[in-house]
Design a protein around this ligand. Sequence first.
Ligand code: ADQ
Length: 414
Amino acid sequence: MVASKKIFGIVLAGGEGKRLMPLTADRAKPAVPFAGQYRLIDFALSNLINSGLTQIVVLTQYKSHSLDRHVSQTWRLSGLLNSYVASVPAQQRLGKRWFSGSADAILQSLNLIRDEKPDIVVVVGADHVYRMDFREMVQAHIDSGRGATVAAIRQPIELSDQFGVIQLDANDPTKISEFLEKPINADGLADAPHEVLASMGNYVFSTDALIEAVIRDGERTDSNHDMGGDIIPAFVEAGDAGVYDLKNNDVPGSTDRDRYYWRDVGTIDSFFEAHQDLISTLPIFNLYNSAWPIFSQQLNSPPAKFVRDAKGNLGTTIDSIVSLGSLISGAHIERSVLGSWSKIESGARVVDSVLFDRVEVQPDAIVQRAILDKDVVVEAGATIGVDHARDRARGFTVTESGLTVVGKGVRVTP
Ligand code: ADQ
């Protein structure tokens, strides 16, 4: 590990993800399926594991059942002494209350840090798609001698109100001089007026500095107990926060195309766009980089199978990702991502869509520009995404950009 320091990982996974409804109706945002075989949290956890961290806790609270199950079933670091990824639900150690914010989640989990006595704590969000080698960020943190280091990436200025926006010290470009959490107005960068430097919600702390900061924050009545809103601004005020720009990160196997990729898939539209990238011929984010694998649940499933239908009619599948266990017979699949155990039958069309696990599309049904949650059944001849007024009338979510989202287990009739 970096300079023989002991490093502890905390994944903040308690967020609700309201803007992803109905996909977060009964799962936490980090448990939302992505790219057929993954959950969003797999990206953060893969980055930490590939960076050599072996002691990682996942702090959960909101609708955490499927997240806890996924973490315990998938992320078993068995065999290595005292190596673990442990899902820790809110334990109400400091009284009968849930985490009031991400900093409170850490405050209520200090026993986990104290048990391990690390030198460094890496704190990351759980709902972004990216690759990052945290060893390099930890080294930069150690070299800086500061208490906190914030990972950052340039983002379009119009997204400022979704991110912590960083201003750098004029005399020392590694030091943060101002940190505004989700400002309505932000100043663009001197060399790129249409961009800001945004916090990725990933932090490296010296352990003592983090413990002191969350305890002090816990005593304040004027704090929302939020990492981005309260803890980082406190470090900045004390002149003790540095920045680590993702552009300096060199992940093994990455290319110039995907080195600077990071997506907050926090809305239905951004979630959909990230999938459209994956199925393009030359995607920006390359799932096939085996030098920095993204790990996920290993399903004990048969391979995906593509056949003509029983009458001999051919199907076509192009520009798509199809997960294990799927059966496609005489159907047309285009620019789509299909989850495990998809069943797409004769004459059906699935175009520009994202299907979660075990979706069934029966003969001659049409699914276009749609996201179907797991266990949805589209009955023979039914359509989704063809008539938006009708989709809304049937209780489906239709976004402004015209994507139809059908919640878990719904049976769609013609
Ligand atoms: P947001 O993502 O909007 O902004 P938040 O909702 O606090 O901030 O979520 C951050 C992470 O913490 C997520 O992974 C979420 O699941 C988790 N989380 C939220 N509340 C929690 C709680 N009570 N207990 C445990 N975990 C919780 C943050 C930063 C910004 C930064 C963006 C980048 O605050 O400064 O720019 O991330 O997307």
